[in-house]
Design a protein around this ligand. Structure first.
Ligand SMILES: Nc1ncnc2c1ncn2[C@@H]1O[C@H](COP(=O)(O)OP(=O)(O)OP(=O)(O)O)[C@@H](O)[C@H]1O
Length: 506
């Protein structure tokens, strides 16, 4: 095996690399030094030099003077162009398995590029979520990267990424593995109606979609479920931490609840007055329900803008969705036509119901037989943001982030702005799939809350290209660089080879 370079010193590992056409080293490249097992190094910095530095010149000159110049290898002409790379040991692979590295490779050890077999310890877990293949710089290995679905989901997953770096693509690739797993139920709130793929390739193309995916949309295609939620399914506590009601408004809601029971929202929207409720409070509540739920009065009738929240129909929607999740299915809800708050509310009703149910199962010792539940939430600071939690108190999502693990419920939270989420919640998100991010402050937050030391990966994260990611997780021994496949190409290759990846990248 041809050596790529040689350790020449440094606090990290300074490597001298001969620059030859076709053998370029780049930041992020994975290298291996054989030393008491294999030490896997990752290139963090490159310093290109076109000449041998003075020290070596002097040494070489000195040796020449002594008459030994002919034996000094680094005087060869092709060695004039070389690169010094700073690399960091990221893993030490011993016979017993991989451990965190506690030593640097010895001086003058040769270093080679990583090859497939070097990472064979990255086992395929029992319930694998496929993320992509290991990446060395921008080169892609055939070694696949998986997370164990149940552990990763119940310990929460965070996907920090700025727009256009491939987060929707990643979520689709992840869900593809999850669709078939009946030990995992996934709730996907889809504000852009992009996951099912009603118009292009999406999860609807999965061979098991018919039995394992339930797609809800206000205008569902044939075979889909129409998203109608009966107003009677909504309880005041569903609004907790999501909509800010004033003291008098809360009292008015209590009064309406006493008077109309389950039909409290319809009662408020339809009534001209309610005992003990001030006119102006009633008016503001009506306006809020119109803004959030799209329900209003016209010609003496309660109308529904968008048709999702209605007075009649949709009585069993929430119950059905919970049932699907408990069957380990993937439920995709097209919330593209709901106001932001209404989308969160729909998720909150479902998440709250499943959370209470799973609490009961745990108390009855039946939880182990139930599938794990994952909830995918986009723009997570809407519900997990510091400001939201401080001003409006905890909501069901922040409760799940803190306590969900006990009840086998986890979040897959997607955000452009990690800095808006409290550190305590970030610390609970034990897997982070970090995509490219050009905002320095956001990178600092991501690095501060990662499961591995990424302190010198700042520039690497800034320069991650579309579909390139770093997986930092308590379930991986090191922060694994991965290339997520393009979904369309991925499902093509899945169709060709039903068994599993590896994929071919171009
Ligand atoms: N893994 C990948 N490999 C190659 N190209 C990719 C990959 N993922 C995404 N892309 C490209 O980047 C584009 C944007 O991807 P995607 O929509 O997933 O990004 P996003 O982060 O969700 O963006 P937005 O925030 O706008 O929704 C895609 O149209 C695709 O062409």
């Amino acid at each position: 095996m041809e050596a790529a370079g040689q350790i020449i010193g440094g606090e990290t590992a300074t490597i001298l690399i001969r620059e030859k056409t076709g053998s370029r080293i780049e930041i992020g490249d994975l290298l291996v030094a054989e030393d008491d097992g294999r030490i896997i190094l990752q290139v963090k910095e490159l310093k290109y030099r076109s000449q041998i530095p003075m020290g070596m010149h002097e040494l070489a000159s000195g040796l020449e003077l002594e008459g030994q110049g002919g034996e000094v290898e680094f005087l060869e002409p092709e060695l004039r162009n070389y690169i010094i790379a700073e690399a960091r040991p990221i893993l030490h692979v011993k016979d017993e398995g991989p451990v965190l590295p506690k030593l640097l490779p010895g001086f003058f050890r040769s270093v080679r590029r990583i090859h497939e077999g070097d990472l064979e310890f990255l086992e395929r877990p029992q319930r694998p979520i496929y993320l992509g293949n290991v990446r060395s710089g921008s080169k892609v290995l055939e070694t696949p990267v998986h997370l164990d679905a149940e552990s990763a989901i119940t310990h929460h997953i965070l996907i920090p990424a700025t727009t256009g770096r491939g987060k929707s693509n990643l979520v689709k690739v992840m869900l593809w593995s999850l669709v078939e797993m009946d030990s995992v139920g996934m709730l996907v709130l889809d504000p852009h109606d992009e996951y099912y793929g009603r118009n292009d390739e999406g999860l609807g193309s999965h061979p098991a979609a018919g039995e394992r995916i339930e797609y809800y949309s206000p205008d569902a295609p044939v075979g889909g479920n129409t998203l109608i939620i009966n107003l009677k399914s909504l309880r005041p506590e569903h609004f907790d931490g999501i909509i800010d009601f004033s003291g008098p408004q809360e009292e008015a809601i209590r009064a309406a609840r006493n008077r109309f029971g389950d039909e409290w929202i319809a009662g408020i929207v339809k009534s001209d007055e309610i005992m003990n409720v001030h006119h102006s409070t009633l008016r503001v509540l009506k306006r809020k329900f119109d803004n959030i739920l799209g329900v209003y009065m016209e010609d003496g009738e309660l109308k529904s803008r968008g048709g999702v929240f209605r007075e009649s129909g949709g009585e069993s929607t929430i119950r059905d969705i919970i049932g699907h999740l408990e069957d380990g299915k993937t439920v995709i809800i097209d919330t593209s036509r709901l106001m932001g708050e209404a989308e969160i509310l729909v998720g909150s009703i479902i998440a709250g119901a499943i959370f209470r149910r799973y609490q009961r199962y745990k108390a009855e010792n039946r939880l182990r037989r139930k599938p794990v539940i994952g909830i995918i939430i986009e723009e997570a600071p809407r519900v997990l943001g510091k400001e939201v939690i401080e001003n409006q108190g905890h909501n069901i999502y922040s409760t799940i982030a803190r306590e969900g693990r006990k009840f086998n419920i986890g979040l897959v939270a997607i955000t452009q702005l990690v800095s808006l989420i409290p550190r305590t919640i970030l610390a609970n998100m034990n897997t982070k799939i970090i995509l490219g991010n050009e905002m320095a402050q956001e990178r600092a937050e991501i690095i501060a809350s990662a499961s591995q030391d990424l302190s010198d990966d700042n520039r690497t994260i800034a320069s991650l290209d579309k579909g390139e990611a770093i997986v930092s997780s308590i379930f991986t021994k090191f922060a694994v660089p991965v290339k997520i496949p393009l979904f369309e190409e991925f499902i093509e290759s899945e169709k060709k080879d039903d068994d599993a990846p590896p994929l071919e990248f171009v």
